[in-house]
Design a protein around this ligand. Structure first.
Ligand code: ZN
Ligand code: ZN
Length: 360
């Protein structure tokens, strides 16, 4: 309820300007951008007389180019990351599709256009109702049924639950299919037990429509301090007598923000997201081509803000997502390395679906 009250001050309809600024047509370069082939060409043009005059140097030039090409290819075909014991994969392109998968947790954060790897995941956590995050939901449910997988559990912000139900009712009528799933409206501050050693809690994010992030925690029991000196039999006896001898410890494992301004970085209620082993967040804009104000107006984060507030980031690994489709892999890699200088966490970028400057 708290969330919907906060948001109700804004219009219930999307603003006239699109929330995700549309990418320019592929043939048009953005203003002030450097030509895409700069790096590639530079191996041939400088210093020209040296390269032209020497077979040895041109061989080095070729080797460097081949190495660049190999790296670019590896980046393009990379399917995921091993981070802190989790193998994370997915696809996230701002305004187009976002779905980040953590197979160890049987979880997909947002569903995007429902990439095929998402179908195997039993849990889907929807951050907000923009189509690049929720559009594939009916396909996800229908494809699981096609493979005889059990009905999934889908978590949504409470304010969209009714509309999601209506959406599925329409699909049921149109396709005359059952489309079975459990829909859980999970509010900020509530806790849901996914299995006996795993719980999830939403946290507040700030976007142009109602939104929330999620933190998944591992749960373990720890013997209370006052009983630590006791021997096994004594502990057993206490336990049998009904005394609570353990504390429950929640450790934030993976946090996913979805689309948000950088405000969550400064909100004390996001503390668990910022100390989870892995933080998956967005950096829609990466360079001077777009201002921080522009990012904020559209409900997004600029990489410069992550750098500015890096001191609050206590995670062991950060996976950056949701880059604007204007960028290529090299732009992303170069920009992300700037954040790496500011945090001890390992910083990686989800670049599946992005083009390399070497790939066209
Ligand atoms: Zn988005
Ligand atoms: Zn959005």
């Amino acid at each position: 309820m708290q969330l919907s009250m906060t948001i109700s001050t804004t219009s219930p309809f999307p603003s006239l300007s699109p929330h995700h600024p549309p990418p320019p047509p592929p043939t048009i370069e953005r203003p002030n951008s450097k030509p895409r082939q700069t790096l590639r060409v530079s191996h041939h043009v400088g210093p020209p007389q040296a390269l032209k005059g020497s077979g040895f140097l041109s061989a080095i030039g070729r080797a460097i180019e081949e190495e660049e090409y190999r790296k670019a290819r590896a980046e393009v075909s990379r399917k995921g990351f091993d981070l802190e014991g989790y193998s994370i994969e997915g696809i996230s392109i701002g305004g187009h599709e976002t779905c980040v998968i953590v197979p160890e947790l049987k979880t997909a954060f947002d569903i995007g256009r429902c990439p095929s790897r998402a179908v195997q995941q039993n849990f889907v956590f929807i951050t907000h109702a923009h189509l690049d995050h929720i559009g594939g939901l009916p396909m996800y449910v229908a494809t699981r049924a096609l493979y005889n997988l059990k009905p999934p559990t889908i978590f949504v912000p409470p304010c969209i639950k009714e509309d999601v139900e209506k959406l599925f009712d329409i699909h049921r009528t149109m396709s005359q299919a059952e489309l079975k799933f459990d829909l859980v409206a999970l509010d900020i501050g509530e806790t849901y037990e996914m299995r006996n050693n795993l719980v999830v809690r939403p946290f507040k994010t700030c976007h142009v429509i109602p939104s929330q992030g999620y933190v998944i925690y591992s749960v373990r029991k720890k013997l209370r301090k006052q009983y630590m000196h006791l021997k096994g039999k004594q502990i057993e006896k206490l336990k049998k007598s009904g005394v609570e001898i353990t504390d429950t410890i929640l450790s934030p494992e993976v946090a996913f923000t979805g689309d948000t301004t950088s405000d969550f970085l400064l909100d004390p209620r996001s503390a668990d997201a910022l100390r989870a082993k892995i933080l998956i967040t967005e950096a829609t804009f990466l360079d001077e081509g777009y201002s921080i104000e522009h990012a904020r107006e559209h409900g997004h984060t600029h990489l410069f803000e992550l750098i500015e507030h890096a001191q609050w980031i206590r995670n062991k690994a950060i996976l950056l997502t949701h880059f604007s489709s204007r960028y290529n892999i090299e732009d992303i890699r170069q920009a992300v390395s700037k954040l790496q200088l500011k945090v001890s966490a390992k910083v990686v970028a989800l670049t599946e679906g992005f083009k390399s400057m070497h790939s066209s």
